[in-house]
Design a protein around this ligand. Structure first.
Ligand code: ADP
Ligand code: MG
Length: 399
């Protein structure tokens, strides 16, 4: 793991100005946030800096204003929600640099928190313009990045600014990096990866990276159909990328060379229509799928066998549901395997790390969010990490 400084490395910060990059890109409904998970995530960092007497200035983007001011995309929209989570009043500052910011810092008392406006109102943010980064940095004594979810972008407030200020990982960033390192960077073997979801095409780089790094590659979801088709199975009306069967074969060959066992379902849950509890639903062997049927979940026998595989493993990394989990009964395999993973984690025999938009929802649906080791809500950054890419925002923190 790249080494990075954390809040533990800060000396006395009384009266110092902390520039803190956070993720306040909250989903909005009727003018307020419909989900404040992202604020909960950065709360420990913000409060720790505040309690140690720093003047805390939050930096965040909000939506995609495209380098221009937009009143509906001002971070002032979320100030109320953030105050609610922190239990503290915030000062909104409608700039990111210049005299208004300087005056505001003069008004803030030690421990007070300010929110700067949407960093993406200025094209310098996404262009990673050094002058823009330097102008922001001029207001601070040090920089803290607590937004792993934005770390896959080399932007002025995620990367550029680190060239002008001493830089530290916040508590959420620190937790995320440690969890990801324990799952793929420096894991205890044997390692299993579950890769599911709709399509192979969106996860090709993930599969290619995992093949050389894990001992068991469990493929589920719609993408399993493409792998089954590559093995000559007739998948009927299932979602299947027939143009990618050669790619799927190549990945399986590579796995053989690397000593990685690929697990595909051998029984499946099929139906003639994509609806809740349709009359046509049945379980069958993968070789018995009819021309008018779709595979919508991994079958019960294969699911049990996958649970047995997890029992032999020390580490699990999971992205993508095993079936169309939004609709009953096609959530069964995902829920069952999630519960097995959670139980093994609670027993102390498995480190389990999961991420991905639908995966987060699926694990919540299975009721195991608190029982696995770590669930990443970082979306795109999590996937790029699964692809084995070096994230610029993380690299910039490396000491
Ligand atoms: P994540 O957001 O966690 O990365 P994906 O977006 O790749 O996951 O995949 C989730 C989607 O895959 C879900 O909408 C789910 O319904 C769909 N899916 C899973 N299995 C199947 C299947 N057998 N057929 C069609 N869609 C499927
Ligand atoms: Mg998704």
């Amino acid at each position: 793991m790249p080494t990075f400084k954390t809040l533990d490395d800060l000396g006395d910060i009384t009266g110092k100005v902390a520039l803190v990059r956070v993720d306040l890109n909250l989903p909005m409904k009727d003018g307020s946030a419909s989900d404040v998970t992202r604020v909960e995530a950065v709360k420990p960092t913000i409060l720790e800096l505040s309690e140690k007497g720093a003047k805390v200035l939050l930096l965040a983007h909000f939506g995609r204003p495209g380098g221009k001011r937009s009143s509906v995309l001002s971070t002032s929209m979320v100030v109320g929600d953030v105050e609610g989570v922190l239990g503290k009043e915030l000062m909104f500052i409608p700039e990111v640099s210049g005299p208004v910011v300087e005056q505001s810092i003069g008004i803030l008392r030690n421990g007070d928190i300010g929110v700067l406006d949407n960093t993406r109102f200025w094209p310098g943010e996404t262009d990673n313009d050094p002058d823009f980064a330097k102008a922001i940095a001029a207001h601070g004594d040090f920089y803290v990045n607590d937004a792993f979810s934005a770390a896959h972008r080399a932007h002025a407030t995620t990367e550029g600014i680190t060239h002008f200020l001493p830089s530290y990982a916040g508590r959420a960033m620190e937790r995320e990096l440690k969890a990801l390192d324990s799952a793929l960077g420096n894991p205890e073997a044997p390692v299993a990866a579950v890769v599911g979801g709709a399509k192979v095409s969106t996860k090709l780089d993930v599969l290619k990276n995992l093949v050389g790094r894990v001992q068991h590659l469990i493929i589920g979801g719609g993408m399993a159909n493409t792998f089954l088709a590559a093995r000559g199975v007739d998948v009927g009306k299932s979602l299947c990328e027939h143009d990618l069967t050669d790619t799927a074969s190549a990945i399986m060959d590579e796995a053989d060379h690397a000593g990685c066992t690929v697990h595909l379902p051998y029984d499946v849950v099929v139906a003639k229509e994509f609806a809740a509890n349709p009359p046509s639903v049945r379980t069958c062997n993968v070789h018995e799928v009819a021309a008018d049927e779709m595979i919508l979940d991994v079958g019960p026998q294969a699911t049990e066998a996958l649970g047995d595989v997890l029992k032999t493993c020390r580490t699990l990394v999971w992205n993508g549901p095993l079936g169309a989990f939004e609709i009953e009964p096609f959530d069964a395999a995902t829920v069952a395997l999630a519960k097995t993973a959670a139980a093994l984690t609670q027993d102390g025999s498995l480190v389990s790390v999961a991420g991905g938009g639908d995966t987060v929802a699926a694990l919540a649906h299975a009721g195991v969010t608190e029982d696995v080791t770590y669930v990443s809500t970082a979306g795109g950054a999590f996937l790029e990490w699964m692809e084995g890419k070096e994230l610029p925002g993380v690299k910039a923190l490396s000491a």
